[in-house]
Design a protein around this ligand. Structure first.
Ligand SMILES: Cc1cc2nc3c(=O)[nH]c(=O)nc-3n(C[C@H](O)[C@H](O)[C@H](O)COP(=O)(O)OP(=O)(O)OC[C@H]3O[C@@H](n4cnc5c(N)ncnc54)[C@H](O)[C@@H]3O)c2cc1C
Length: 421
């Protein structure tokens, strides 16, 4: 019986495993995951952090799911070495196992710039459930927090901390007054605006105003120089001399692919493990998908790409050449209750080659922007009104020429759903 092994129990790993057993139930499929938990949803970690859901609710694929699918899952099992010539893996505990086909789905880890003082107690990143537990328990004893990085994750974490403050930390005075104590949360963004990768200046302004109304503080053009404090953090000093107080610092400044295993095994690696359109790496019988993979110079770092790549990789592992990957339209959503924001494709595109349509209503906090190139929609920002996310995603993916409608694309009366079909 052929043995297929997947390294990594994240969304790419479980999606691939599911596709492989579906394509050929006779195959022996194993997943090795370094974390001790069955597959859980990273995007919901902020809800766990905010005290809105329990750990159990995060488990999207409980252990029974693997058993029912005939997938052998090994948790708390870190793969330490890959020998592609021998088709063999060695685990951290010294045991080893051979494979016929292998998928690397080792994901990413937070990137932390080398700030002075970054090793102090109270400085954290959020990627795993274990990270969330540590942050949650530390946050119980503090009154202020700083989030470095005003991207999607940074904003979601900041909002979660605010909610955590409200729910779980009622002070004596606040209890007396029937209110809960708030954590004071500041977000530092290096660029002049929030979500610099997803929003243009106008959209960022609308968003910032809405988040400020929720109680968050923002500093833009904020380049962190030093994390202050002795053993425990007390704040952050910026390069321009500003000081922001905070008894906890959460760093959210991007991710790096987990490529160590691949690099040490001699696979071609750049930012991620380089894959072709069949998701094959540079060595035979080894594929890669998800945050660890780099396709045409891009590490996507988002779930839709991880799932699409995993499906294509799985199909080719079972029948080489049976599926092709041609990239994913970037689609990101800010998951903050009360704020609907979705950014699609080349959301912030500007320049002579683009036609840009905008609609802004600061009173309702609605901002919509479309970018067109050669009569085709290539990017969209939908803030405060995400009704047309699906048709716009379709129009971007299919590259349909909409030049005949270009002056009406943001009109309520135009049926984008019909146009996308
Ligand atoms: C808090 C948070 C919120 C997010 N929200 C969104 C969102 O709303 N939308 C979105 O599209 N994306 C979101 N993302 C990004 C998304 O989670 C990632 O794109 C996705 O998890 C990538 O899946 P993956 O399977 O490639 O990697 P991962 O989910 O990182 O899983 C990889 C797994 O492999 C394991 N592993 C690594 N090395 C080894 C080894 N040597 N041996 C065994 N196991 C190993 C790791 O421990 C990990 O469990 C969010 C991320 C975070 C952290």
């Amino acid at each position: 019986m052929q043995r297929y092994i997947i390294v990594g129990n994240g969304v790419a790993g479980v999606t691939a495993a599911q596709s492989i057993v579906r394509a050929d139930p006779a195959l022996e499929v194993h997943i090795f995951g370094a974390e001790p938990y069955p597959y859980y949803q990273r995007p919901r970690l902020w809800e766990f952090l905010a005290g809105k859901i329990e750990q159990q609710t995060l488990y999207f694929r409980p252990l029974e799911w693997y058993a029912a699918k005939g997938i052998q899952v090994h948790l708390g099992a870190r793969v330490a070495e890959l020998d592609p010539a021998e088709h063999r893996l060695t685990l951290a505990d010294g045991s080893s196992i051979s494979y016929d086909r292998l998928l690397l789905a080792t994901g990413g880890r937070p990137f932390v710039p080398p700030f002075a003082g970054g090793d102090k107690g109270g400085v954290f990143t959020l990627r795993t459930l274990d990270d969330a537990w540590v942050i949650k328990s530390y946050a119980r004893d503090i009154r202020s927090a700083v989030v470095i990085g005003g991207g999607l994750l940074g904003l979601e974490m900041a909002r979660a901390l605010l909610a955590l403050g409200l729910r779980e930390r009622p002070s004596a005075r606040a209890r007396d007054e029937g209110a809960a104590e708030r954590l004071d949360v500041s977000v530092l963004e290096y660029e002049p605006r929030l979500l610099p990768r997803q929003l243009d200046a106008e959209g960022a302004q609308v968003l910032q105003a809405r988040l400020e109304a929720m109680g968050l503080h923002f500093l833009t053009d904020a380049a962190t120089e030093t994390i202050l404090g002795n053993e425990r953090v007390t704040g952050v000093r910026l390069k321009d001399g500003r000081v922001v107080n905070g008894e906890m610092v959460l760093i959210s400044t991007g991710i790096r692919s987990q490529v160590d295993l691949a690099r040490e095994a001699g696979l071609e690696v750049n930012r991620g493990v380089i894959v072709d359109e069949q998701l094959r790496t540079s060595v035979a019988d080894v594929y890669a998908a998800g945050d660890v993979a780099e396709f045409e110079g891009v590490v996507y770092g988002i779930i839709p790409a991880a799932m699409e790549q995993a499906q294509v990789a799985a199909a080719n592992m079972v029948a080489d050449g049976s599926a092709t990957y041609s990239g994913t339209v970037p689609a990101t959503t800010l998951k903050i209750v009360g704020i609907d924001l979705t950014c699609l494709g080349e959301a912030t595109a500007t320049g002579d080659e683009f036609v840009v349509l905008r609609q802004v209503d600061p009173t309702t906090g609605v901002y919509r922007r479309l970018a067109l190139r050669d009569g085709k929609i290539v990017g969209a920002i939908l803030l405060g009104d995400t009704r047309n996310v699906r048709p716009l995603k379709q129009l971007i993916a299919t590259g349909r020429d909409v030049s005949a409608y270009s002056d009406r694309l943001l009109d309520e009366s135009l049926d984008l759903k019909a146009l996308a079909q």
